[in-house]
Design a protein around this ligand. Structure first.
Ligand SMILES: CC(C)(COP(=O)(O)OP(=O)(O)OC[C@H]1O[C@@H](n2cnc3c(N)ncnc32)[C@H](O)[C@@H]1OP(=O)(O)O)[C@@H](O)C(=O)NCCC(=O)NCCS
Length: 162
């Protein structure tokens, strides 16, 4: 049965804080709902890895008790990176994605990061309009990758991905 969320009158402000272990189930559910879980990325493993590296840069946004948004940021000394940006479908177009990006950018700037990179799956190019609206442009680069650890397993599921 679908759950109807109610965060009560007056709770319209997105509260942004770093991820805590008790957020795991809500975060993974949100990522699944937002189509961010791929067969090659195990979300629980991804969270575990992030908790070992700059865990404070993994942000969640809540409306009251309900977790409705995430962004995973990091800085490797040359570029900042953004991953797992998600806003629950019924909470979109209220500026929450922009707010999360601003918070992540502020934290990256405070670390001395001069530029942020991010990747968008070719199957998800609609989101490019969002990133353009919040100040990003398409770089003239070919994105390449090499897997060092396979995540494929029974937990994996997806409808799309890069
Ligand atoms: C992308 C996403 C995070 C945007 O969140 P959001 O809270 O709806 O975005 P905001 O309300 O902050 O929008 C900020 C701006 O982007 C624009 N925008 C947002 N989504 C857009 C879309 N799909 N197409 C065009 N413009 C869009 C808004 O109109 C707004 O512009 P404005 O400030 O000039 O009026 C959300 O759609 C999402 O979670 N998508 C699924 C997961 C995903 O694809 N993540 C990115 C992986 S790379």
């Amino acid at each position: 049965m679908p759950v109807t969320w109610s965060w009560g009158p007056g709770v319209t402000e997105l509260e942004i804080r770093s991820y805590e272990e008790s957020d795991q189930e809500a975060v993974v559910n949100l990522w699944r709902e937002c189509g961010l879980v791929t067969p090659w990325n195990d979300p629980v493993k991804d969270i575990g890895r992030k908790l070992r590296v700059q865990r404070d840069m993994f942000l969640v946004g809540s409306l009251g008790a309900r977790l409705v948004a995430t962004v995973m940021a990091g800085y490797e000394g040359h570029r900042g990176w953004i991953n797992y940006l998600a806003v629950a479908a019924d909470c979109r177009n209220r500026g929450f994605g922009r707010r999360l990006m601003q918070e992540a950018e502020g934290r990256l700037r405070a670390m001395g990061c001069p530029k942020i990179n991010l990747q968008v799956r070719t199957s998800n190019t609609d989101v490019v309009k969002f990133y353009r609206a919040v100040g990003y442009s398409v770089d003239d680069v070919v994105s390449m990758g090499k897997r060092l650890e396979e995540d494929e397993g029974p937990a994996a599921e997806s409808d799309a991905g890069s």
